[in-house]
Design a protein around this ligand. Structure first.
Ligand SMILES: Nc1ncnc2c1ncn2[C@@H]1O[C@H](COP(=O)(O)OP(=O)(O)OP(=O)(O)O)[C@@H](O)[C@H]1O
Length: 293
């Protein structure tokens, strides 16, 4: 018997998914599989549900949601023998897009039943894991404003972006160290990615791979308002690197220090997080997560 648990975020994406026990029993035969389905009812609830599923003996845990849900579920199974599966129900679905996991639920289920398991790299940031990307600066501000808007649609991201264009300040100076290079800057954004898709098929780091043992880093120096708009436009066509303010790196580790503040507003896998520290260390942990893909 294979014990599969499904952790479902009912508000992910359009919030109208049809994942429930009855639906799943139509796809997984009772002779081979025992199923459990749990819905998260508040933010971060998937962490608790996953921990319970591990105690209950789940062998495969399926994160049904977007990058935020994947983060909550996958963070709990690091260091266990549990295998992660994904049914992409999110809005952006960055990690699932990189892994070419279909948004079509029947196809995602067929993939889970095949059980082809890959080992992928994960990112670590001051004791937090990320699987897709993290960042400080403009991207974190967009996510913060998006979450504050309480909307859940692409329009809320666009509104969050427009508000961030008005709000962005360059008041924090960071000392950044990567690949033995030291930079001192007040950046527009420092974006660190494990995966090659940000979400909605937009990519800031198209060369990133989940299995190359490297983080892809985009450091964008201060931009004037015109250049910010140009950056956003070029990003849609994956040409943002044409701006001289945009520098791309590949590295195993990056550290960021600041003297004048003891916290960072960050985004981790598309969720806003405050990191209470003046120093940040981000590094890759190679082939650490077993995932069906
Ligand atoms: N019942 C719930 N009510 C409110 N928030 C929830 C609930 N269940 C989960 N969440 C939160 O919803 C947030 C968004 O989840 P998720 O990232 O999976 O979806 P998404 O934002 O639509 O997708 P993506 O990140 O791919 O764009 C997460 O922070 C998660 O903790």
């Amino acid at each position: 018997m294979i014990h599969i648990h499904f952790i479902v975020n009912p508000i992910a994406g359009t919030g109208d998914n049809k994942i429930n026990i009855k639906f799943l029993e139509g796809h997984f035969s009772k002779d081979r599989y025992t199923l459990s389905v749990k819905n998260s009812v508040y933010k971060k609830h998937a962490v608790k549900l996953t921990q319970e599923s591990i105690k209950e003996g789940a062998k495969i845990i399926i994160a049904c949601g977007g990058d935020g849900t994947i983060n909550e579920v996958a963070s709990c199974i690091i260091g266990t023998s549990v295998i992660l599966g994904v049914i992409p129900l999110g809005s952006g679905n960055g990690l699932a897009s990189n892994l070419k996991i279909s948004k079509n639920i029947q196809k995602a289920i067929s993939l889970i039943k095949k059980q082809d398991v890959k080992k992928i790299d994960i990112g670590s940031l001051n004791g937090n894991y990320f699987f897709s990307n993290t960042g400080v600066g403009f991207d974190a501000l967009v996510i913060k404003n998006y979450e504050a808007s309480n909307g859940r649609k692409l329009l809320s991201y666009i509104k969050g972006t427009l508000k961030s264009l008005r709000d962005i300040k360059y008041d924090r100076e960071f000392d950044v160290c990567l690949n033995n290079e030291n930079l001192v800057l007040k950046p527009f954004m420092i974006f660190v990615s494990n995966s090659n898709v940000l979400g909605y098929n937009v990519s800031l780091t198209p060369k990133a791979s989940l299995q190359d043992g490297l983080l892809d880093v985009l450091i964008v120096s201060r931009l004037n308002s015109f250049k910010v708009l140009l950056f956003c436009l070029l990003m849609i066509f994956k040409k943002h690197h044409l701006l001289k303010e945009v520098k791309s790196y590949q590295t195993k580790k990056i550290t960021i220090n600041q003297k004048d503040s003891s916290f960072y507003d960050m985004q981790i896998d598309g969720e806003h997080r405050t990191i209470d520290d003046s120093n940040i260390e981000i590094y890759i942990q190679e082939q650490t997560l077993s995932i069906i893909a």
